[in-house]
Design a protein around this ligand. Structure first.
Ligand SMILES: *Cc1c(COP(=O)(O)O)cnc(C)c1O
Length: 411
């Protein structure tokens, strides 16, 4: 045998006083005292392998169940701290962390739906949900039907024997309609059908889907929980432990898990989410009200405005507003839009909202609406309010909208 690295000459005693050869020492971290170390932060525990005390513990590892530690893919104490904190905020029993918000949705669908089943999704769902249903589930014999997000108790008429899940999202992506979720839950329960909610806009601080009887509450942690535009994560919270087991079965069999480092960033984001949301909700509502009367604006889509479809449900069910809303331009103002957007100084152009930086994104929803065809001719701009000085933001926004109005008719 060729000795690539001889360490014998320098071998010394290890912490226990026994001699450990260097090549062994380098892979064994010495135990250090934790006495007196009291930190306010959650340690980031990284692991692929989990080791066992003895052969018997290894042999019996599967009996540890979905709450125990068996393999790094299924979670470390960092993951479980984030899960437990979200479970508490969602008033649920368990939470599963997944690699993205979209994965949060697809994992629920894949866990609940079998060949021949149908899922009902709202017309204003996050668009990749529609894509997943049409392009992934349909070829595998799982069907979907799209419903009017304002349907309320009328959802009962769409529930036949094949329907297993009613998916909701409120307010809906981009067009911001707020559905009557308690009415949908009541109708679904009456028919023995499961319900789930994409709660990303509100976060569990402004609305708690499980508290109104939903079976699944999903958050794109990527957005407000992460809060700094630097992680991708999703969560699924449930009130029934049996669903937790089934969701964990799905993630285990598919082989997906999340990075403990990302969970640590989500845990940090959670700590400031309350003050961020309060601020962003106040500023977004103020901007929405001011933009309503701007000559370039046809309408403003923001749940806190009385003319937003479902405003009364938002007032009844939600604790407040977050920072994302949309503005519909008057028709015919497209000519200068690209230049005006590119000239913005503080607000960045981008889609994945919820961070500290304000974003704006021109959206087109025509292709994503099949139940209620979108008939507004003007372009839609979606705005996500960040944490910059509101005066700087308003200067940027006013300049954008003023630039779109034909000369002489500015605000
Ligand atoms: C962004 C978003 C998602 C998806 O989250 P990702 O982590 O980007 O996959 C799902 N639903 C809503 C409402 C979103 O805004």
């Amino acid at each position: 045998m060729i000795e690539l690295l001889s360490s014998r000459a320098h071998d010394g005693p290890n912490a226990e006083g026994a001699i450990m050869k260097d090549l062994t020492q380098v892979v064994h971290h010495p135990k250090v005292s934790h006495e007196g170390f009291a930190s306010l932060t959650v340690p980031t525990y990284r692991a692929s392998t989990i080791v066992f005390d003895d052969a018997e513990a290894y042999a019996n590892r599967k009996y540890r169940g979905p709450d125990g530690y068996t393999y790094g893919l299924h979670g470390t104490p960092t993951t479980k701290t984030l899960e437990a904190q979200l479970t508490a905020l969602e008033q649920g029993e368990r939470t599963v962390i997944v690699p993205s918000g979209q994965a949060g949705i697809t994992i629920v669908f894949l866990t609940v739906l079998r060949q021949g089943d149908t899922v009902l999704i709202p017309d204003n769902a996050y668009p990749p949900v529609r894509g997943f249903c049409a392009n992934y589930l349909e070829p595998r014999g799982i069907h979907h039907r799209v419903y009017d997000p304002m349907i309320g108790a009328g959802i009962a008429e769409l529930i036949d024997d094949t329907v297993k899940l009613v998916w909701t999202e409120s307010p809906g992506s981009t067009t911001m309609e707020v559905g009557d979720l308690p009415a949908i839950v009541a109708a679904a329960k009456d028919k023995g059908v499961l319900t789930g909610c994409d709660n990303t806009w509100a976060t569990p601080l402004l609305f708690k889907p499980l508290a109104i009887g939903m079976d699944f509450s999903m958050e794109a942690l990527t957005k407000y929980v992460g809060g700094h535009s630097d992680i991708l994560l999703g969560s699924i919270s449930v009130a029934d432990v049996a669903w937790h087991r089934k969701l964990k079965d799905t993630t285990r069999m598919i082989g997906i898990g999340v990075s403990p480092d990302d969970c640590a960033l989500a845990l940090r984001g959670l700590e400031t989410m309350g003050v961020r949301l309060t601020h962003m909700g106040r500023v977004s509502t103020d901007f929405a009200q001011r933009l309503k009367t701007h000559p370039a604006v046809a309408s403003v889509l923001h749940p806190a405005l009385p003319d937003c479809p479902g405003h009364e449900f938002w007032k009844r069910d939600f604790k407040g507003a977050s920072g994302v809303f949309s503005v519909v331009l008057k028709p015919g103002l497209d000519a200068g839009l690209d230049d005006a957007l590119s000239a913005m100084k503080t607000i960045a152009i981008g889609a994945s909202w919820g961070g500290t930086r304000s974003l704006i994104a021109p959206m087109s929803v025509e292709g994503d609406r099949t139940v209620n065809p979108w008939t507004e001719e003007g372009r839609i701009l979606r705005i996500s309010v960040g944490l910059e000085d509101p005066e700087d933001l308003w200067t940027d926004i006013a300049a954008l909208f003023d630039a779109l109005v034909p000369a002489g008719k500015g605000a």
